[in-house]
Design a protein around this ligand. Sequence first.
Ligand SMILES: *Cc1c(COP(=O)(O)O)cnc(C)c1O
Length: 451
Amino acid sequence: MITKYLKALPQSEIRHPQVMNSKAIQDFDRRHLWHPYTALGNNDPVFIVESAEGCRLKLKNGRELIDGMASWWCAIHGYSNPILERAMKDQIDHTPHVMFGGLTHEPAVRLGRTLIDIMPKSLQAIFYADSGSVAVEVALKMAVQYHQAKGHEKRTKFVTVRGGYHGDTCGAMAISDPENGMHSMFRGMINRHLYAPRPECRFHESWNQSDCHVIENLIATHQQEVAAVIIEPIVQGAGGMWFYHPEYLRHLRQMCNEYGLPLIFDEIATGFGRTGRLFAMEHAAITPDIICLGKALTGGTMSMAAVITTRDIAQTISESPAGVFMHGPTFMGNPLACAVADASINLLLESSWQQQINAIEQIMREGLEPARQSSAVLDVRILGAIGVIETHSPVDQALLCRVFVERGVWIRPFGRLIYIMPPYIIEAEDLYTLCHAMVESVELIRRSNAR
Ligand SMILES: *Cc1c(COP(=O)(O)O)cnc(C)c1O
């Protein structure tokens, strides 16, 4: 069948994409392509990546950049890892995609086994989603359907903390920080939930019991309408790169037990080693009832996420009058993504990731320390393979990106945060270069503030 199709098509008509020059790429991009959180056609720089390997992004103009971002938490093994590429190529030879309704395949099962192996024993039922935001929607719907199945139709509100970020779809926006713009912009379109203050006790500080008072009251007062508590464990990512005390999570766990509420952990950013533990929840030694994974799940190669829950929740939903869980993305369980995710997790487990992350943490502690002296800097904080400089006032993102690229590094600050979360394979020398570039940028900010 395939050979018949190929024979019918003369070789000369199998079209290969033409090589475009930089100007053509830039022009089309500017006119037609939207980038994350940007205006279409603005004059902020977009740099053309030709290829990427290890910890280096290679631009079309020949410049090489040391990657400090791991493509937003994802590329934990760096780029062009031969093991991940092999997994994808092998899977393409079988099938890149097939619907998951009524069909299954080995890559989905293999990945499932690997995930069950690394998850706490109580998390047993997996739902594959196609992105982090979708995984969050799925987790919220699971909690609501769980209560519906128990006859609690009114439990549709979520308790969460301020400063969170859970994605850009409507359900996810609604539980993200209510004051960062999205809530006011989409008022009327997204639901209001119950927001406690951001946990104030820092990760490395001593615990203060009062940190939990507001959320405790919130849950107690609204218990009849609450479906679940959802939070990013230990690290609030895009909502402010904030590291808080593990004891906070232990208290949440206790309260959820007391009130019969599922506890949902969004580990989309923190999962797969980033905080120094395989999962951030391990810092608190507790287990949620539903967990969302994404980002580094496929080692930065494909979009995929997973929601994993307990037998109790899965069975309660499945044995309810509705009898089904109401979600099913077109690309659910995509075999290509499953195959590469399984390869990525195994590669991570076989590597010395813990030593690598410890080494990254040590170097960042030393390398970012000088920034503390600057009057432009409010705080410097480091956890695992995440290094953050928080400034007093918002930075000029476009300007700093240009400066960083000139300096040979890829760092993309936002708001008052200049931060890195490099691939775990980064060499010490490259990491020092990233840290120096961050410290220099702070000096630049201080001088321009002084002017
Ligand atoms: C990035 C992120 C999401 C959203 O994931 P997408 O794949 O971008 O939809 C959700 N939660 C957290 C904690 C994230 O960091």
